[in-house]
Design a protein around this ligand. Structure first.
Ligand code: DOR
Length: 433
């Protein structure tokens, strides 16, 4: 099927393109990008007034299946992704069983293909069962096509084991370690960022050092092993300084930031309670500023949601008992357009670079570009569309968000994956056949 997207404003930093352009899709790929295309017998979609971007690529998503289907399934999580304009995602391995074998990786792939909402790249575990005691079966995972490895949700606390793992993975071309950098002893018992808010509420805090010290360790270990290291969900200004240190030395270190760490502070806990409980915790306004500045300059490479859904009942258990995690797939784009692009704090082109182009480069994925020949993975945005975040309308099973009730301006209105329309005006299509 041939589709011609006509009249939209295209923003694609991968080819320095910003302006009105037509785009022809043929055989699931971009066949042409030109100021005016005569569509012939192609289906025409008029996108006048809309913005056309390479589909978002989210490298940090918890789909929860197998094992925690009451929180999310591969079908519900990938539908939420399509609703959020995401065309590819990396699925974290903290499932039950953990993705530490080719069998689990294949299961995730099979279910994702059956759901058909977006591309899914399973992340393999670093340690067997994610228990932090022995390396996972890297040969088997690599042969199954896995290129990113992480125990996300937990750090590999044993430095000796982590160095051994890094040295082993350094031998696999293209393999990247995604580190959940946390010093468990420093973080133990904490419910929110240690600072003014934790003192006011009289609750145990998690010091910034619980992350920053672990980031330092992980960078030094990766330097010793010579392995590419990607730092997940950075939340402190100190981590940003260490990232700069690593990049100045030319180390293959990259990093991500989540929308909630960019846009929310520990104060959010007073408003949203356990719904805003997340690991690493929401920090201070100074941390948010440092993270945004690093994102703007490209020091922080990518935006990733760390979509971590939990059931409404689990989140209702109170701040102490509730699990950590924020569901981000369906709020990322509207909140980033509204709070950053709309307020002139981040250009649309920099947002696309961080949420489409760089993630593809980082894991060596197709996508992240609307160049001729690229897969037709596309998100169409209506930058004028206004609304209010309503978790009841989520495709995700997590029926809550700290952004609930936030007004937004700008949202994805069409998601195309491999030339097939997966979402239109907020409605995700069910896979046929
Ligand atoms: O808040 C979080 N939730 N942080 C993590 O690192 C893991 C995640 C989860 O899996 O729930």
């Amino acid at each position: 099927m041939r589709i011609c997207l006509k009249g939209g404003r295209m923003v694609d930093p991968s080819q320095d393109l910003e302006g009105r352009c037509d785009l022809l899709i043929e055989g699931g790929r971009v066949a042409a990008v030109e100021p005016q295309i005569s569509p012939g017998n192609a289906r025409i979609i008029d996108l006048t007034g809309k913005t056309v971007l390479p589909g978002f690529i989210d490298l940090h998503v918890h789909l929860r299946e197998p094992g925690f289907e009451d929180k999310e399934t591969i079908a519900s999580g990938t539908a939420a992704a399509a609703a959020g304009g995401i065309t590819s995602l990396a699925a974290m391995p903290n499932t039950e069983p953990a993705a530490d074998s080719a069998a689990v990786v294949e299961l995730v792939r099979r279910k994702a293909a059956a759901a058909g909402h977006c591309r899914v790249y399973p992340v393999g575990a670093l340690t067997r069962g994610r228990r932090g005691r022995e390396p996972a079966a890297f040969n088997e995972l690599y042969e199954a096509g896995v290129r990113a490895f992480s125990d996300d949700g937990s750090p590999v606390a044993d430095s000796r084991l982590f160095l051994q793992i890094m040295r082993a993975l350094a031998r696999f071309p293209g393999a990247v370690i995604i580190s959940h950098s946390e010093d468990l002893l420093l973080a133990a018992g904490g419910l929110l960022h240690e600072g003014a808010v934790s003192k006011r509420l009289g609750l145990p805090g998690i010091p910034a050092a619980a992350e920053t010290a672990a980031v330092a360790r992980d960078i030094i270990l990766a330097q010793a092993a010579g392995v590419p290291l990607h730092l997940a969900h950075l939340s402190t200004a100190g981590s940003v300084e260490l990232l700069a240190w690593a990049k100045e030395r030319g180390l293959p270190v990259t990093a991500e930031v989540t929308p909630h760490h960019l846009l929310l502070t520990a104060d959010e806990i007073s408003r949203s309670g356990a719904v805003a409980k997340v690991n690493p915790p929401l920090r201070t306004a100074d941390d948010c500023r440092a993270l945004l500045e690093a994102l703007r300059t490209g020091l922080i490479d990518i935006i990733a949601t760390d979509h971590a859904p939990h059931t409404p009942a689990e989140k209702a258990a109170g701040l102490k008992e509730a699990p950590c995690g924020i569901a981000g797939l369906e709020t990322a784009a509207p909140m980033l357009f509204t709070e950053l692009v709309g307020k002139g704090k981040l250009s649309l082109s920099d947002l696309v670079r961080a949420y489409s182009c760089r993630p593809a480069e980082l894991l060596g994925l197709e996508g992240g570009s609307l160049r001729r020949g690229a897969p037709a993975d596309i998100v169409v945005i209506d930058l004028e569309a206004e609304g209010v975040v309503d978790p009841k309308s989520f495709y995700s099973r997590a029926g809550q968000s700290p952004f609930a009730g936030s007004p937004y301006r700008g949202r994805p209105v069409m998601t195309i994956v491999g030339g097939k329309i997966k979402m239109e005006r907020g409605v995700v299509h069910e896979q046929k056949g």
